[in-house]
Design a protein around this ligand. Structure first.
Ligand code: 26V
Length: 783
């Protein structure tokens, strides 16, 4: 977009072909007369990467000259998925790549399949980071992303006999053509040791004498914007042994041990924590946090001090955005550098820090908030703990002045949680030190104000705000559903909606145009055929594309209520079984698709996966049911699977108990692809309902404000008979594994049902019936 000059590399098919062959021969080191799909994928990726690097350099030069305020996005998780198609699309060279490959006897679409996903994250929070990077690049922001280059991303989910098994994700084993290793961009990160007081120029100063040093090496991942040359950087850090302290070994044993010990450094960036529910207070996790934070802050400081001689301008030039509390030690690290290393007076350092940092929270419950045992923090980062204590002391003094000696409130707001085990509350720390605290949807902010951060909201109402999440239409439409995009651009007469999604409202004018409806349906049908082929390939189940494709894909969580979906499916199955044969014609055929990973230690979630398989086994093999109902679990759900499933869906389900989903972004991706939503009134769905109207979606269940009272009354409420009946079927072993499913059934009965499945069941069935009716109307051309 901005005035960058053209690169040296040309983008016509001929030039691309020449570059692909060059990389086949000189980078992949294969003969240009004989190479396979994977080698072609590598060579094409290198050819595209060259073009990204050109733009990346131009972007850096441009911003270095302009010196705008830079935005640094710190996140321990990025779910980037694949890069080939996305890069080609954003560079605007996908067709040229296709042409270049065709002449060499290869297909672009086939090469895309050679790439593994970069799955450096768990779920919603991590995919949001990836979407944000795309948007920041497209909107010409001078932004940087910082994270960890895990050797093993999110585990691969393998299903054996219906049970989830976790396997390591060896995503780097075949190389990663998208990253640029920067062996010269590296920083020493220090741990352990002790704090000593020394006299410097007549002043008592604290000096941290660390005990261990690990090297952080940068790996850069260029992120191209769409329709602009702006190409930003996602810098991921890998841990390497530091050369510091290398000593001569006097015998073979010393030498071997020295090398083995050095290898241990690498464990810091070895594996992503796969639990997105609770913080376990593990030392390795804390090391990961500080490792990536310290390297990032050093890098950011270096960039700033390259062009500024003091810190007066720091907060005008640097915005640090924390993705949840995971990177919040960055606050303390900046404070430490300013006070201990730059000798800046505490109060001035404090105001620089507060002005530079802001923080986004992605959680709704206080139980989900991160706490770090003070002892652990003190042993790993002794000086940081001192600084936290000092910040807390000053904060408590200020609070006492404002609130008086209200000890209960003071202790709740304190950064330090007192008790048998002292903990540092990372959310309290972030709120105290940041000038902005963002919720991720409107209702999320309301919940923060009313519940999770009530006292803080009263104290600093101006800090709290919300930015409802979004999803990038570049990946979720252009990459994954190109046919729909061509249709939209043709009807709108412009491609401008690819940068400005609001322009899609122009389609409303053609909503009742039968030509457009017909074209739209054809696109959907082709996408459903592609999905049906995939389903058959992975599960052997043949599904009819005439059926409604009903999808729930997301992490498996009790609050997301995949169990409600399964109970609904069992109810549907039961109805079909008990129907007169002649009435079965009236049933709207459905293919129910479920996908998602359970955290390895999350027993109930794993039982839900097993139940899904057990129910599928019964239904899919029942000749009474045939094509009227099928249930498929898609294993190893990830970004690439979502790209395939979403465009082929008719209905998507978002069933969280109201008040539990901070935002939810999956719904947006389905909507963009012309799929209807069946959802509770929760998170961003509330705003979606306002936007598209109640008539255009199937909303059900208790509202956010009703949930607390319903929970109070739960023990006196009786679940509907239909609900009791389906739970009984599971309890009685209709789907086998009676004993194994007992504890699962117990979670929703006997006054348990914390997530209110029983309460919402009838309204869920009504919403499902309404969806059936709409599907039939649509087939009849009435929608
Ligand atoms: C917690 C932990 C605990 C320690 C180990 C690693 C780990 C990783 C993630 C989390 C928090 C997960 C929070 C999360 O993914 N929240 C989701 O964020 C989405 C983007 O804002 C939002 O749409 C979803 O509603 C919200 O559940």
């Amino acid at each position: 977009m901005f005035g960058l000059m053209d690169g040296f590399l040309k983008n016509d098919p001929w030039s691309l072909q020449k570059d692909v062959l060059h990389h086949v021969e000189y980078t992949v080191a294969r003969s240009r007369f004989s190479f396979d799909d994977f080698e072609a994928y590598l060579a094409l990726s290198y050819a595209i990467r060259d073009r990204l690097i050109e733009r990346w350099h131009d972007t850096q030069v441009y911003f270095k000259r302009k010196d705008p305020k830079r935005l640094y996005f710190l996140s321990l998780e990025f779910l980037m998925g694949r890069s080939l198609s996305n890069s080609a699309v954003n560079l605007g060279i996908k067709d040229q790549c296709s042409d270049a490959l065709n002449q060499l006897g290869f297909e672009f679409e086939q090469l895309v399949e050679q790439e593994g996903d970069a799955a450096l994250g768990n779920g919603g929070l991590a995919r949001l980071s990836a979407c944000q990077m795309d948007s920041l690049a497209t909107l010409d922001f001078p932004a940087w992303g910082y994270g960890l280059r895990y050797q093993f991303g999110l585990f691969r989910q393998v299903i054996l006999d219906g049970f989830q098994h976790e396997q390591p994700d060896y995503w780097l084993n075949f190389g990663n053509p998208w990253e640029i290793e920067r062996i010269h961009v590296s920083y020493a990160v220090k741990f352990y040791g002790a704090v000593e007081e020394v006299l410097l120029n007549g002043v008592n100063c604290k000096v941290w004498i660390p005990g261990e040093t690990v090297e952080a090496v940068a790996y850069d991942n260029p992120i191209p914007g769409y329709g602009t040359k702006n190409t930003i950087n996602l810098r991921l850090w890998a841990a390497k042994p530091s050369g510091e302290g290398d000593m001569e070994s006097y015998n073979t044993g010393d030498y071997i041990n020295a090398v083995v010990n050095r290898q241990r450094a690498e464990t810091i960036s070895s594996v992503l924590y796969p639990d997105d529910r609770s913080y376990q207070g593990k030392e390795l996790r804390l090391k990961q946090q500080y490792f990536f934070v310290s390297a990032s802050v050093q890098d950011i400081m270096r960039r700033y001090t390259d062009s500024h001689s003091n810190f007066d301008e720091f907060s005008n030039k640097v915005a640090l955005q924390l993705n949840d509390t995971h990177p919040s030690l960055a606050i303390i690290e900046v404070m430490r550098i300013l006070v201990d290393e730059e000798n800046i007076e505490w109060n001035r350092a404090w105001s620089i820090v507060c002005d530079s940092f802001s923080f986004t929270t992605h959680t709704v419950s206080s139980e989900g908030l991160e706490k770090i045992p003070a002892d652990l923090l003190g042993s790993l980062l002794p000086r940081h703990l001192e600084i936290i204590n000092e910040i807390n002391f000053l904060f408590m003094e200020e609070l006492k002045k404002k609130l008086g000696l209200n000890y209960s409130q003071l202790s709740q707001m304190s950064i330090v949680e007192e008790g048998a085990v002292k903990n540092i509350r990372m959310a309290n720390l972030s709120i105290v030190c940041c000038h902005a605290v963002n919720g991720v949807s409107r209702v999320h902010l309301e919940l923060l104000k009313k519940r999770v951060f009530k006292d803080f909201c009263k104290l600093w109402p101006q800090k709290f705000q919300y930015k409802t999440n979004g999803a990038t239409q570049r990946r979720w439409m252009l990459v994954s559903n190109p046919n729909l995009c061509s249709l939209i651009s043709e009807w709108l007469g412009t491609k401008a909606w690819i940068r400005d999604v609001d322009l899609m409202i122009g389609l409303k004018e053609f909503a009742s145009n039968t030509d457009m409806q017909h074209e739209w349906r054809m696109v959907k049908r082709v996408n459903k055929m592609r999905l049906a082929e995939y389903i058959e390939a992975i599960s052997g189940v043949k599904v009819s594309v005439d059926a409604m494709f009903d999808v729930q894909i997301k992490r498996i969580h009790e609050y997301k209520r995949q169990l409600l979906n399964l109970f609904g499916i069992i109810h549907r199955y039961d109805c079909i079984k008990n129907m007169e044969k002649s009435d079965r014609m009236k049933v709207v055929p459905r293919v129910c698709i479920v996908g998602g990973k359970a955290a390895p230690g999350y027993e109930i979630a794993k039982k839900i996966i097993k139940l899904c398989h057990a129910v599928a086994e019964t239904i899919n093999n029942d000749p009474d049911v045939g094509d009227l109902l099928k249930l498929v679990f898609i294993p190893d759900y990830n970004v690439s699977v979502a790209e395939l499933v979403i465009p082929g869906s008719d209905l998507s389900q978002h069933l969280s108990t109201a008040g539990h989903e901070a935002s939810g972004t999956g719904s947006m991706k389905f909507l963009m692809n012309g799929c209807l939503l069946l959802a509770t009134s929760d998170g961003s769905t509330i705003e979606i309902i306002e936007e598209i109207g109640n008539d255009n979606m199937f909303v059900f269940g208790a509202k956010v404000d009703e949930v607390p009272a319903l929970r109070e009354m739960k023990s006196s409420l009786k679940a509907p008979l239909q609900f009791a009946r389906v739970v009984r079927m599971v309890r009685d072993g209709y789907f086998g594994h009676k004993d194994y499913f007992e504890s699962l059934c117990n979670t929703v009965e006997n006054g348990g049902d914390f997530y209110l499945l029983g309460n919402d069941f009838m309204s869920y069935l009504e919403a499902q019936a309404a969806a059936d009716k709409t599907f039939v109307d649509q087939e009849n051309g009435h929608a």
